[in-house]
Design a protein. Structure first.
Lengths: 261, 261
DNA sequence: CTTGCCCACTCGTCTATACGAGTATGCAGG
DNA sequence: CCTGCATACTCGTATAGACGAGTGGGCAAG
């Protein structure tokens, strides 16, 4: 192992920058320069205490800065590691095009298989419930809705949690209310039921996850979520579905094509 | 002032949940329930030390949890406050439609004025430079580019930092290379120069900001950024501009319309 | 060889204390 | 009246020490 001083330098006692920030800066720079690579272990707290001649809390404080930035993560009993960037899932704006609804399997499964990863869907729940204020507004003042919840995993890691809401007069008693709505998913069913889809509207926000989201998506700290709300409109201009999706931001790139007209 | 016990409850010594997490949980719940409102001051560290009978570091640890979640922010000498949500800027997917390029002022200015806020653009920089690997790839293997940097502010608060990159053979010596490219912005100039725009492609990521971004966008901790990279293509299929934008995530909602075809 | 325990090393949590620095308020002196 | 300072309260930074708990390697007993 190369000695610490060769990688980490000294503190500047004259600087007005807090010691723990100076240490964080040095570690961050070392990571950026590739002195510590993805998944690699950083020096232990004790080693840094030794190297810089500071107290342990100060070193921990530095680590907490980097953890908050999503650069590193600590593993109890093992050490602090440079956080590896997971493979990203790219979502193209044509992912709901009619031609993709032909085959039997869901878009998620097909795409993940093609990418060579192991897809999985769990936490399936389909039930009728009271619409929240927001959902009610988006669907055009409905009181109760059919809610379809599911969680998507890639190679065992949860990456996305989604809930679809549909007005009861559309969904009740149809295959849409079944756990497995059949080939092409609920959009295919909606079209069969005469709700010809016209366009989608997607709203995108990014924020830090709630504790619940941290749990269900098993998020490392310092990882934001992308919150996407999609509303599907039929050719009559009626909102026929709202899909509320929360994604681990480190696992996604969204991509959209916009006409220049 | 209502007494602390009436809002905050006790610790559960039998729980295996860490004390500082229990305190954070109680504060978070109180905030969620509106017991502490936006912009309101939380109890001081000393008061919480008193109320829970724990040491100050433990209380600070709780605060640091909430700060990381973007729920609260501390102000030196004043206290810890529930972080107010800034007004959000909605970006619609038709914001680059040709009809919006008619008027003289930039889209940002027009829109902000309409919303009643005071818009501002600064840190203008226009220069030729070497293209990064990524930019070069997106523009189709160009070596050097014209870079146009600017920062957008709303009511004094920086909300977005953007850099446009254009191939030199298109931009050099044209109004595009001027600090102020004139009415309708660089897209209008591109069309005048015969590069008729066909479509845009936008890639969206969310992540925690780098220290530099924290500074230029004056971000509170616990606020992620949205990173948007837009490529503009002309009718020949050539990429004529790449715009790299970093936005304060708490100030934006992106909205896209997708056809269902 | 395998099992099981011990120990060393790691981070996690908590206490107690000290001093520094930003903020606001009130009071004394001009 | 108003200026300016003292003061009390706020959070920021840092030290030193203690114990707990997860991990992994080595060693001893079977």
């Amino acid at each position: 192992m190369t000695s610490l001083p060769s990688v980490l330098g000294d503190l500047d006692p004259t600087s007005d920058r807090a010691v723990f920030r100076q240490i964080a800066d040095q570690l961050r720079e070392a990571i950026d320069r590739g002195r510590f690579k993805e998944g690699e272990k950083l020096p232990s707290e004790a080693e840094l205490v030794e190297h810089y001649g500071v107290s342990r809390m100060t070193v921990r404080n530095s680590f907490s800065v980097l953890t908050g930035e999503g650069l590193v993560h600590a593993e109890h009993g093992k050490g602090v590691f440079v956080r590896p960037r997971p493979p990203v899932r790219r979502l193209a704006s044509d992912r709901f095009a009619r031609r993709h609804r032909e085959q039997g399997k869901s878009a998620f499964i097909v795409e993940a298989d093609a990418a060579g990863s192991h897809p999985q869907v769990d936490s399936l729940e389909v039930k009728e419930e009271k619409a929240s204020q927001d959902i009610s507004t988006r669907l055009g003042s409905v009181r109760r809705v059919l809610a379809r919840r599911r969680r998507y995993l890639l190679d065992g890691k949860p990456v996305e949690f989604a809930t679809s809401y549909l007005p009861l007069d559309i969904a009740r008693g149809t295959p849409i209310a079944e756990p497995n709505p059949g080939p092409g998913g609920i959009y295919a069913r909606l079209e069969e039921l005469g709700h010809h889809l016209d366009h989608f509207e997607e709203e995108i926000r990014a924020r830090m996850p709630s504790p619940t989201e941290v749990k269900t998506l098993r998020l490392a700290s310092g990882v934001p979520v992308i919150h996407l709300v999609r509303t599907a409109y039929d050719t009559e201009g009626r909102a026929v579905e709202v899909c509320d999706t929360v994604m681990a931001a480190d696992a996604y790139v969204l991509s959209y094509q916009l006409p220049a007209t």
